[in-house]
Design a protein around this ligand. Structure first.
Ligand code: NDP
Length: 461
C-alpha cells in the first residue's frame, strides 16, 4: 500500500494535464487532477478551438463576395457578433463536457481547486484548505498572455488593453482596433477582426512580423495584409495609451495618434508558475519563470515532472499532448521516452493561412546545410472566377547534397491542411526525388508540391 494519497497528482487541466492524467489512470495509477477553472485549458477554452471558430466566422464575408463570380447573389447580409459568441460558447461548453467525461471515465479524481506546493510530495488545495500527497506530481499549468508592453520603454495604460482572453468575450465587435505584436496571436486576431468588419492596425516593433518563419512567407503575408486593408505599422511601438471619453487613445513612437474602441496586446505568454510555490519542492525555474526540465520532462525534483506551455519549449497543443504521452511512458510504463521536438508542423491561421514544417532557408544555412530552393507562386483556381487578386506561395528547402527535403513552407488557402500531410513525408526523411515521383492530384493547390521541377536558386552556408 502506498504511503501517498495518489500515485500521480496533476496540476492543471489543459491539453497536457488531461492527457497525462487520463493515460496514467488507464495504466493503472491512482490519479487526481486539480483545475480551478474549466477543463480544457488554453486550447479548448480560450485558444486554438474558439480562435478557429472565429477564423471561420471571419471568412464568410469574403466567401460571399467570391460567390458572386460564381453566379450567387445573397442579397444584403449582416453579421451579428453576440450570436457568434453565444454559439461559440455553447460549443466550448460541449467540448469541456467531453473532456471532463473522458478524464472521469478513466478513473481520475477531478478537483475544482487550486493546488500549490508544500513540499516535493505534498500539495495544498487552496479553496478547500486540504493537504494531499502524491508519489509523482506533474506540473501542467500552461501559460498566460503577458500585458507588459514596457519591455523596451515604460508606458502607462497597458491595463486598458485586452488580451486574447478577453477578445473571446467582448460584448460587441470593435469598429476600430489596434493590435500590438507580430506573432501568431496578433496576426490571427488582426485577420479575424478585419474579416468581421473592424478597421484594424497591427502595431509591431520589428521590421516584419512572424520572426522565425521563412522570410518569403513573412513578406507574402505582410503584402497580403496591406492589400486586404489591414494597416501594418512596422518599427512601431506605443508611447502612450489612455482612456478618453468613450474611446481609447494611443500614441506611437512614429507620431501616430489613434482613437479606437479596443487595443489588444499579443506580445507573448508567460508560464503559470507564480504563486505555485515550486521553491518549496525544489523545482528550478528559468529566466521567464518556466519550469526547467530535462529531456524526459523531469524537473530538478526527481519525482516532479512538467509538460506543455509551462516549460516554454514549443507552445503548441499537440506538442503538450505528445510530451504528456512520453511522460506516462517514462513514469508509469517503465519505458523512458523523450519527447521529439523535431519536424513539428505549425500554422498561423491568418486568411489565407501560413503553415510550415522543417527548416527555413536561414535555419538550414545556420546549421551548415548547402541548400537548393524551389518555389511556386500561383493564383488558386477558386479566385479566377471569384475575382480577388490572391496568390499562393509554396517553397521547398532541399539539402543540395543529400536531396532530402528540409523544409516545406506554404502561404495560401488550406496551407495548414497541406502541411500536416507534408510533415509525414519530412518525418520519413523524404527526398525531393520522392516528391517528384509522387503523382499529382489534379486540380489541387497541393499538387504544386510534387510538380516543382525548376530550382529557384542554391545557397551555401
Ligand atoms: P509570439 O511569441 O508568437 O509573438 C510575440 C510577439 O510579440 C512577437 O512578434 C514579439 O516581437 C512581440 N513582442 C514581445 N514582447 C514585446 C513587447 N514588450 N512590446 C512589443 N512587442 C513585443 O506570441 P503570441 O502571444 O502571439 O503567442 C504565444 C504562443 O502561442 C506562440 O508562440 C505559439 O507557440 C502559440 N500559439 C500558436 C497558435 C497556432 O498554432 N496557430 C496560435 C496562437 C498561439 P519580436 O518578434 O520582435 O520579439
Amino acid at each position: 500500500m502506498s504511503k501517498f494519497d495518489y500515485d500521480l497528482f496533476v496540476i492543471g487541466g489543459g491539453s497536457g494535464g488531461v492527457r497525462a492524467a487520463r493515460m496514467a489512470a488507464l495504466a493503472g495509477a491512482r490519479v487526481a487532477l486539480a483545475e480551478e477553472d474549466r477543463l480544457g485549458g488554453t486550447c479548448v477554452i480560450r485558444g486554438c478551438i474558439p480562435k478557429k471558430l472565429l477564423v471561420y466566422a471571419s471568412q464568410f464575408a469574403e466567401n460571399i463576395q467570391d460567390a458572386k463570380g460564381y453566379g450567387w447573389d445573397f442579397g444584403a447580409c449582416r453579421f451579428d457578433w453576440p450570436t457568434l459568441i453565444a454559439n461559440k460558447d455553447r460549443e466550448i461548453a460541449r467540448l469541456e463536457g467531453l473532456y471532463r467525461g473522458a478524464v472521469e471515465k478513466a478513473g481520475v479524481t477531478v478537483l475544482g481547486d487550486r493546488a500549490v506546493f508544500e513540499d516535493p510530495h505534498t500539495l495544498r488545495l487552496l479553496n478547500c484548505g486540504k493537504l494531499v500527497t502524491a508519489e509523482k506530481i506533474l506540473i501542467a499549468t500552461g501559460n498566460t498572455p503577458t500585458r507588459d508592453l514596457g519591455a523596451s520603454h515604460v508606458i502607462s495604460g497597458s491595463e486598458l488593453c485586452i488580451t486574447s482572453n478577453e477578445a473571446f468575450h467582448l460584448k460587441e465587435l470593435p469598429r476600430r482596433i489596434l493590435i500590438a505584436g507580430g506573432g501568431y496571436i496578433a496576426l490571427e486576431f488582426a485577420h479575424i477582426f478585419h474579416g468581421l468588419g473592424a478597421k484594424v492596425s497591427l502595431v509591431y516593433r520589428g521590421e516584419k512580423p512572424l520572426r522565425g518563419f521563412d522570410d518569403d512567407m513573412r513578406d507574402a503575408l505582410c503584402a497580403s495584409m496591406q492589400q486586404r486593408g489591414i494597416e501594418v505599422l512596422l518599427g512601431c511601438e506605443f508611447t502612450k495609451i489612455e482612456k478618453r471619453d468613450n474611446c481609447l487613445h494611443a500614441e506611437t513612437n512614429q507620431g501616430g495618434k489613434i482613437d479606437c474602441d479596443q487595443i489588444m496586446v499579443a506580445i507573448g505568454r508567460r508560464p503559470n508558475t507564480m504563486a505555485l510555490h515550486v521553491e518549496k519542492a525544489g523545482v528550478e525555474l528559468g529566466k521567464k519563470g518556466e519550469v526547467v526540465v530535462d529531456d524526459y520532462s523531469r524537473t530538478s525534483a526527481p519525482n516532479i515532472f512538467a509538460v506543455g506551455d509551462v516549460t516554454d519549449r514549443l507552445q503548441l497543443t499537440p506538442v503538450a499532448i505528445h510530451e504528456a504521452m512520453c511522460f506516462v511512458e517514462t513514469a508509469f510504463r517503465n519505458n523512458p521516452t523523450r519527447p521529439d521536438h523535431e519536424h513539428v508542423p505549425s500554422a498561423v491561421f491568418t486568411t489565407p493561412e501560413l503553415a510550415a514544417v522543417g527548416l527555413t532557408e536561414e535555419k538550414a544555412l545556420g546549421l551548415g546545410h548547402p541548400i537548393d530552393v524551389y518555389k511556386s507562386t500561383f493564383r488558386p483556381l477558386l479566385h479566377t472566377l471569384g475575382g480577388r487578386e490572391v496568390r499562393t506561395l509554396m517553397k521547398l528547402i532541399v539539402h543540395a547534397v543529400t536531396g532530402r527535403v528540409l523544409g516545406c513552407h506554404i502561404f495560401g488557402d488550406h496551407a495548414a491542411e497541406i502541411v500536416q500531410t507534408a510533415a509525414i513525408a519530412l518525418r520519413l526523411g523524404a527526398a525531393k526525388t520522392d516528391f517528384d515521383r509522387t503523382i499529382a492530384l489534379h486540380p489541387t493547390a497541393a499538387e504544386e508540391l510534387v510538380t516543382m521541377r525548376t530550382k529557384a536558386y542554391s545557397r551555401k552556408p
